[in-house]
Design a protein around this ligand. Structure first.
Ligand code: B4P
Length: 192
C-alpha cells in the first residue's frame, strides 16, 4: 500500500508517518527529513537548501523529485508513506510517473485538517520544548517562518486537495485530536 500524508506544516504528517512505520512495516519517505539530513551533513545540496528552508520557502521541485526517485528504487516492505511530498502540482505529476515506472500505484491520499492557530502553537511549542531540553531547534520553527510556510502551503500545496479529489483518491481526517485519536482515524481510512 502506498499513501500520501498531505497537510499544512505542523499538521502531524511526520508524527503519524512514524506511527504507520511501527504498526504496518511501511517505509516513511519524508522529504523534510531528507533535506535536513543533507543540510546537517553539509553536502552541496544541503548548502543550497539551508537558507530556503530556514525562510520557510519550498525547495525546488527538481531537488525533491530527485530525492524521491532515488528512494523508490530500494526495498518497498509494506509500502511507502509519502510524508510532505508532493507539495506542488509538478511534484504530484512526477510522483504519478515514478510510481508507474516502478509498477506501483497510489492507494490513498490522506489530508490532515488542522486550523492555522493550532499549527502555529504546535510548531512554536516544539521549538520551546527543544530549547528547554537543550536540544537543537529547527531553523524554521519560529513564528515568522511558520507563517510564511503556511502562506506557501495555501498557495502551492493546497491545490493538491482538488487534484486528488478529482482522481477520487482523497480522504480527509480531523488532525486536531490527540495523536492516538488521529492515528485511529487514519487506520479507519486505511482499513476500509
Ligand atoms: P517538513 O519536514 O515536512 O515539516 P512540517 O510540514 O513542519 O511537519 P509535519 O506536518 O510533519 O509536522 P510534525 O508531525 O513534525 O518540511 C520542512 C521544510 O522542508 C518545508 O518548509 C520546505 O522548506 C522543505 N520541504 C519538505 N518537503 C518539501 C517538498 N516536497 N518540496 C519542497 N520543499 C520541501 O508535527 C509538528 C508538531 O506538532 C510536533 O511537535 C508534534 O509533536 C506536534 N503534534 C503532531 N500531532 C499532534 C497532535 N495530534 N496533537 C498535538 N500535537 C501534535
Amino acid at each position: 500500500m502506498n499513501i500520501i500524508l498531505l497537510g499544512p506544516p505542523g499538521a502531524g504528517k511526520g508524527t503519524q508517518a512514524q506511527k504507520l512505520v511501527d504498526a504496518r512495516n511501511m517505509i516513511q519517505l519524508s522529504t523534510g527529513d531528507m533535506l535536513r539530513e543533507a543540510k546537517d551533513s553539509g553536502t552541496e545540496m544541503g548548502k543550497i537548501v539551508a537558507d530556503v528552508m530556514a525562510r520557510g520557502d519550498l525547495v525546488t521541485d527538481e531537488i525533491v523529485i530527485g530525492l524521491i526517485r532515488e528512494k523508490l528504487q530500494g526495498d518497498k516492505q509494506g509500502g511507502f508513506i509519502f510524508d510532505g511530498f508532493p507539495r506542488t502540482l509538478a511534484q504530484a505529476d512526477a510522483l504519478a510517473d515514478l510510481l508507474q515506472e516502478q509498477g506501483e500505484s497510489l492507494d490513498a491520499v490522506i489530508e490532515m485538517r488542522v486550523d492555522d492557530d493550532t499549527l502555529v502553537k504546535r510548531i512554536v511549542g516544539r521549538a520551546e520544548e527543544a530549547r528547554a531540553a537543550g536540544k537543537p531547534v529547527r531553523a524554521d520553527d519560529n513564528e515568522e517562518s511558520v507563517k510564511h510556510r503556511l502562506m506557501e502551503y495555501y498557495k502551492k500545496t493546497a491545490p493538491l486537495i482538488g487534484y486528488y479529489y478529482a482522481k477520487d483518491q482523497l480522504q480527509s481526517v480531523d488532525g486536531l485530536g490527540a495523536i492516538d485519536e488521529v492515528s485511529g482515524a487514519i487506520a479507519g481510512v486505511l482499513d476500509k
